[in-house]
Write a protein that binds this ligand. Structure first.
Ligand code: FES
Ligand SMILES: [Fe+2]
Length: 327
């Protein structure tokens, strides 16, 4: 397994990580994904609930998404039809009198904000802190187009913490994201697994520079929720970075916007005023601007920080340590 050059922590960080959008999982269609160095199968049960299990059947190792059948909340293996429930218990072997005590590994998953979240921790198989509560984003106030409002970048060379560090990196906003000016940290607030930064920012608009605020919350190192106010609408950007291997991740951006008063919410982004379509696209594009840097950089464990950078970077790195297994 390759490592990110210079990165001081080993293994995978603890936290809730986005493993896909809700719409990626249709009832009865198991999906193979690889995260945290393991192959896993995710499926939506007939009850609607999401379930995640280790990809290979404990009997003889068949991969459960290859012809596996979802029945109720269970999945039945394609090879000899052993049936496993959502807690990983073996509940049926059609040609045997008794079931087996063996367990299929399961992973905690929840859904919120149109995203499927998985708990991962070296410390505790059960979640020790709350999953992101983003149900408000699925409400009537926010516009969401299941195609135009999201973008995924797969197998990108980076660690989630590099993305988290971006929220305290004011100067790069001017040089990488081509803003009028760099961002300035107005406040930092740390509560357990949540690191919140308030940034004063000058946005470049067609009508010239506009002063604004961005509120960034990093929930663990793998999720950043940025809230911005732009004129009469609000934008919420949910960015998830989920490790596949120690130096490889899938990144997903989801852009939620409120519509100005009086504008009826259309089904598709293509029916929005052009200005709003551009806004969604520019938020997705801006996530892409850091990628060539992340994909090629080394992680500098002892960066040369000037006074203006010290408090943000030092606080973030100190906070982030809690998510890794101590050496
Ligand atoms: S390998 Fe799954 S039932 Fe035999
Ligand atoms: Fe950035």
């Amino acid at each position: 397994m390759s490592k990110m050059p210079g990165f001081p922590h080993k293994g995978f960080p603890e936290g809730w990580f986005g493993v896909g959008w809700s719409s990626d999982f249709a009832v009865g269609e198991p999906v193979l994904r690889r995260y945290f160095g393991e192959d896993m199968v995710l499926y939506r049960a007939e009850t609607g609930r999401m379930v995640a299990v280790y990809a290979y059947c404990p009997h003889m190792g068949a991969r459960l998404d290859v012809g596996g059948k979802v029945e109720g909340e269970c999945i039945t293996c394609p090879f000899h039809r052993w049936k496993w429930d959502a807690d990983g218990n073996n509940v049926d072997i059609p040609y045997a009198e008794k079931t087996m005590k063996a367990k299929l590994k399961t992973y905690p998953v929840v859904e919120s904000g149109n995203i499927v979240w998985m708990w991962n921790s070296w410390r505790s198989a059960e979640p020790t802190w709350e999953a992101p509560d983003l149900d408000f984003l699925s409400g009537p106030e926010f516009f969401w187009d299941d195609e135009a409002s999201k973008r995924v970048w797969t197998n990108v060379r980076l660690t989630p913490q590099m993305v988290a560090e971006n929220i305290v990196d004011g100067p790069h906003i001017e040089y990488v994201h081509l803003a009028e000016d760099g961002g300035h940290i107005a406040n930092i607030d740390i509560k357990g697994p949540v690191f919140s930064v308030e940034v004063d920012q000058t946005f470049r608009t067609r009508r010239g520079p506009v002063l604004g605020k961005t509120y960034n919350d990093s929930l663990g190192v793998g999720t950043q929720i940025s809230k911005m106010q732009f004129g009469d609408y609000r934008v919420v950007n949910v960015l998830t970075t989920t490790p596949i291997e120690e130096d490889r991740c899938d990144m997903r951006a989801s852009i939620f916007i409120t519509l100005p008063a009086g504008l009826e919410k259309p089904e598709k982004a293509a029916d929005l005023p052009e200005k709003m379509q551009r806004l969604i696209k520019s938020h997705l594009d801006s996530q892409e601007q850091d990628l060539p840097l992340w994909e090629t950089m080394v992680y500098e464990a002892h960066p040369l920080l000037v006074a203006e950078e010290i408090q943000g970077h030092v606080k973030l790195r100190k906070w982030a340590k809690q998510f890794y297994e101590p050496a």
